[in-house]
Design a protein around this ligand. Structure first.
Ligand code: URA
Length: 453
């Protein structure tokens, strides 16, 4: 009787804790297709409002790991380090960081996701490279990590099928921005994919699911706890997502910007800075460097020498993509219309509502509104003015790249996202907190002055 989905929905709705068996019944039933989307959606919404205890969150994570296979990477030499972002706008970090860290000698075996809500996903971005294959088998992934030190794959294997299903259901039922659901989603994937260590980039700000740094800190702590409880060394940085990272939002646009960052790091300073900060922590986790300062030095040299760009080329080729893609301009101009969005007054850019920018890209077709939607790799938004810039009325704030769908709404959203005022405001820090397995929480550098949190 008690194991009926409707009873478990009601139990959570009324604020009670579910038992370990009840949670595993729901996850198994949903994964097997025995519990329908409408009941799982209702349960997710109940969790959204009522939350989960630490024990429930741990049980949910374990049930999701058990829903599929677990990858064993122990036969690949070295400490395998994974990285995961909780989701941002214009967040093409993995495309820069994975080849950078791999070129530094730390093997990267990473499972990535698709776009979620207003945020983009690495797999959608990679698939905008002609021929690029993300659906590798576990054996293919391992072979590639052994040969070139790097693979980024989708969840297509039988790893955490429960997360795959729940992820796309949450995406369309307004149940993404919830600490236990994000923590279990991220950590189940990380545990199942077999990495020895994980660096989590927990986003906060107007473009993140966690708008406030303190909520992001709670999420960071929850995930680090789950990692430690499951033998995965985990460090989390709470980082700023109060404006899009770099200038481009949209799949092919973002790949192109990642290539630019590897080719000419000064062209995309905020993206490169974040990659250096995150990459330094990955080198420390991978025991390639004793501390963040020396790790950063190694990464800066690799970036300057062009080795990271060469690794990107090798990586694209290894996963079936056309490596010459990165030498060409993304063929956008012929197939999409570019519509500029202009400043409506003089002033400083004091705020860019980043979720709204993400929604502009979404309505153009860069993300999914329904589960079964396909993304259009060509479309998106380019930000021309970032926070702190002074603009004159009529200057371009940004450009909408449209393939015909949602153009007017995207233009309206992009204009609406900008706040222009007479006086500039102080920039927020890039990193707010660092959370490590031993529970130490330190606030990050004030305004990027100390570059090694
Ligand atoms: N990233 C994930 O993998 N899962 C979430 O729930 C949110 C961000």
């Amino acid at each position: 009787m008690s194991m009926q989905p409707a009873f478990l929905i009601k139990k959570k709705r009324d604020g009670q804790e579910l038992t370990t068996n009840e949670i595993s019944y729901l996850i198994n039933g949903y994964t097997k297709g025995e519990i329908p989307d409408y009941q799982m959606s209702a349960w997710l919404m109940a969790v959204f409002f009522r939350g989960m205890s630490r024990r429930e969150t741990a049980d949910l994570t374990r049930a999701m790991v058990r829903s599929g296979e677990r990858c064993d990477l122990s036969d690949i030499p070295g400490i395998k380090v994974d990285k995961h972002s909780t989701g941002g706008v214009g967040d093409k970090t993995t495309l820069v960081l994975a080849p950078l860290v791999a070129a530094a000698g730390v093997p990267v075996a990473k499972m990535s996701g698709r776009g979620l809500g207003h945020t983009g996903g690495t797999i959608d971005k990679l698939e905008s490279i002609p021929g690029f294959r993300c659906a590798l088998t576990i054996e293919e992934m391992k072979r590639q990590v052994r040969t070139i030190g790097l693979a980024v794959v989708s969840q297509t294997g039988n790893l955490t099928p429960a997360d795959k299903l729940l992820y796309s259901l949450r995406d369309v039922t307004a149940t993404v921005d919830c600490v236990p659901l994000i923590a279990a989603s991220v950590m189940s994937k990380k545990i199942a994919s077999g990495a020895d260590a994980v660096l989590l980039d927990v986003k906060t700000g107007s473009g993140a699911f966690m708008k406030e740094p303190e909520d992001a800190l709670l999420l960071a702590r929850t995930m680090v706890e789950i990692g430690s409880d499951n033998g995965v060394r985990t460090t989390a940085l709470v980082t700023n997502m109060d404006e899009p990272l770099g200038h481009s939002i949209g799949n092919a646009l973002e790949v192109s910007e990642a290539v630019t960052a590897l080719r000419d790091p000064r062209a995309v300073p905020d993206l490169v800075e974040l990659c250096l900060v995150l990459g330094s922590q990955m080198l420390v986790l991978g025991e390639r460097a004793p501390d963040a300062a020396s790790a950063r030095h190694i990464l800066e040299e690799i970036l300057e020498s062009g080795l990271a760009l060469a690794k990107l080329r090798e990586w694209i080729g290894a996963q079936g993509g056309d490596p010459t893609f990165i030498d060409r301009d993304v063929p956008l101009s012929r197939s999409v219309t570019q519509v500029p969005v202009q400043a409506f007054r003089d002033g400083y850019v004091t705020r860019i509502d980043t979720e709204t920018v993400g929604r502009a890209a979404l309505v153009l077709g860069a993300g999914r509104v329904r589960k079964e939607d396909t993304v259009d790799p060509r479309v998106g938004v380019s930000i021309r003015k970032k926070q702190g810039a002074f603009v004159r009325r009529g200057d371009d704030l940004g450009v909408v790249y449209s393939a015909g769908r949602g153009t007017d709404e995207a233009v309206r959203l992009l204009a609406q996202a900008y706040q222009l005022e007479e006086r500039p405001v102080d920039p927020e820090p890039l990193v707010y907190y660092r959370v490590e397995s031993d529970g130490v929480v330190s606030s990050g550098p004030g305004h990027n002055s100390d570059r090694n949190p």
